[in-house]
Ligand binder design. Sequence first.
Ligand SMILES: NC(=O)c1ccc[n+]([C@@H]2O[C@H](COP(=O)([O-])OP(=O)(O)OC[C@H]3O[C@@H](n4cnc5c(N)ncnc54)[C@H](OP(=O)(O)O)[C@@H]3O)[C@@H](O)[C@H]2O)c1
Length: 310
Amino acid sequence: MATSMVKNMLGSYSDYFAALGAVAFSYLALKFACALLRGLKQFFLARTLGLSANIKKFGSWAVVTGSTDGIGKAYAEQLAKMGLKIVLISRSEDKLQNVAKEIGSKYSVETKIIAADYGRPDIYGKIQQQLNDLDIAILVNNVGMSFEYPSFFLELPDRDNMTSIVLPGMVERRKGAILNIASEAGCMPTPLLSVYSACKSYVVYLSEALNTEYKSKGIYVQTVCPCFVATKMSKIRKGNVFAPYPDTYVKSALGTVGVVSSTNGYWAHALQVWLTHLLPDCISKPMTFSVLNGARKRYIKKKARQQKTE
Ligand SMILES: NC(=O)c1ccc[n+]([C@@H]2O[C@H](COP(=O)([O-])OP(=O)(O)OC[C@H]3O[C@@H](n4cnc5c(N)ncnc54)[C@H](OP(=O)(O)O)[C@@H]3O)[C@@H](O)[C@H]2O)c1
């Protein structure tokens, strides 16, 4: 009797697990098929089917930064080949003149050059002046500077200040912890918080790279990525399970130091992130936009009410 009950129970459980397995497999198969179709569409079919944007319809000029070499120069050439006039921006005047001459004679398009060093903060006024009257179809923000060769953080000449003050002592003592408070917004591109999200992704990347570089020297570098916490910044006054008060959040987050190198810091935040990542991008991205757009509209309404009563 007991054996047959156990058998029955196991039987129904195995049906349940088989169904669950089939759903999980179908979901993964669907994700794979979507990724494959996306890849085929963007790399092999877009041009043939005429899906790529007709950039010439957007205007007559292309602006390409870092355009005297490498990828930037190749963009400048391809865009000139499409018939666009080209603004070339790089540091070296002589290189700019050569490339402008080369592109101008090869593709018979007008070119303009601006010599500017993106390592300096005071270049934008001059660039804006020269671009003001142009009908710009496309901007290629290509300029970027990388390391001379792969280096440890403490070997870098220009580095993040607080960490570079504290880290050498920790390395000497072969112990210490650095907690970098990033944000979940730094782990996924977050609309309506664009610059904040981008800056926090810098923190996430820096922090995770530092952890790998320095863990063998006895130092924990932990990346902390909270979702909403009830603070002035989030403008959430009343805490709840998904937006805990700061003391609740920090108590939980501190318990994770030395356990994991990257954390959401609080169980409900981890659950929220896990659930969000289960959703396909086409649902999670508009959902995030809609939540934040709702918050934006509420804030603007509230401000307007306050201004009326003042
Ligand atoms: N190559 C890769 O494997 C790779 C991989 C991933 C991403 N990227 C990204 O692709 C972009 C282009 O890289 P690339 O490999 O084509 O570089 P590149 O061949 O070294 O060319 C760099 C271009 O930027 C200009 N430039 C450099 N520093 C500048 C500054 N401070 N101000 C103004 N212009 C400056 C250079 O001209 P002047 O010297 O005349 O100023 C040159 O035209 C970068 O954003 C890079 O991070 C490259």
